[in-house]
Design a protein around this ligand. Structure first.
Ligand code: DX5
Ligand code: ZN
Length: 218
């Protein structure tokens, strides 16, 4: 498959959020990545349900909600109602991960699991067949604009091997420090979805930045 681009609105201009959503609408982006942070699972607070509700009517791309929150289970219904198309929970935040994933699916959303950079890939052995997305964190979650952790390249290869071995349909999403300089290598290794925050919204021309990530040169 061709890889997908998911600009992260964490790096958008919050005072002009509607304008930046329109920019994603008219870009070659495939998804819109929405980072929810609670100040507990990660050391930062971003935004939550009211913001997602507000952007849902204008956002035309698939809304990929990345929950960096503790105990997400009691809020999954609310995020689905707010308009999430895909909901990703953190492996490290879910005591009953299988139940959380089934709940996300029962709400009619795609189900994803994110792994922090230290979390071994094989922890997904017995859940991979149930997943639509695996989000490999290529930075420690909490902030945009951090440097890409190089070991992610080895992790993509290992995850791809697991997905093939278990005959899973899960997409490999890479989140953190993605930029034109490393995107080709990520896709070559097996990444299906590239999340990009600062390399899109801090670029002089965000539409061009999305175009460059979509049309990679080897
Ligand atoms: C980090 C978030 C990312 C973030 C990526 O905790 O999950 O989605 O927005 O930002 P960049 O692309 O700037 O590293
Ligand atoms: Zn994210």
């Amino acid at each position: 498959m061709n890889h997908l681009i998911a600009p992260s609105i964490l790096s958008a201009d919050f005072a002009n959020l509607g304008r930046d959503i329109e920019l994603i609408n008219k870009s070659e982006a495939d998804w819109i990545h929405v980072d929810v942070m609670d100040g507990r699972f990660v050391p930062n607070i971003s935004f939550g349900l009211p913001v997602i509700q507000a952007i849902r009517p204008i956002a035309e791309k698939l809304m990929d909600v990345h929950l960096m929150i503790v105990e997400p289970d009691h809020l999954l219904t609310d995020f689905a109602k707010a308009g999430a198309d895909s909901i990703t929970v953190h492996f490290e935040a879910c005591t009953h991960l299988h139940r959380s994933i089934q709940q996300i699916k029962s709400l009619g959303c795609e189900a994803g699991v994110a792994l922090n950079p230290h979390m071994p890939i094989h922890m997904l052995n017995d859940i991979i067949v149930d997943l639509d997305v695996v989000c490999l964190m290529s930075v420690n979650p909490g902030f945009g604009g951090q440097s890409f952790i190089e070991n992610t390249l080895n992790r993509i290869a290992e995850l791809k091997e697991l997905i093939l071995r278990k005959n899973s349909k899960a997409l490999i999403e890479i989140d953190g420090g993605v930029k034109p300089g490393n995107a080709s290598e990520l896709v070559e290794k097996g990444a299906n979805v590239l999340v990009a925050g600062s390399s899109v919204f801090k670029a002089e021309d965000p539409l061009q930045a999305i175009h460059s990530l979509k049309h990679l040169k080897p």
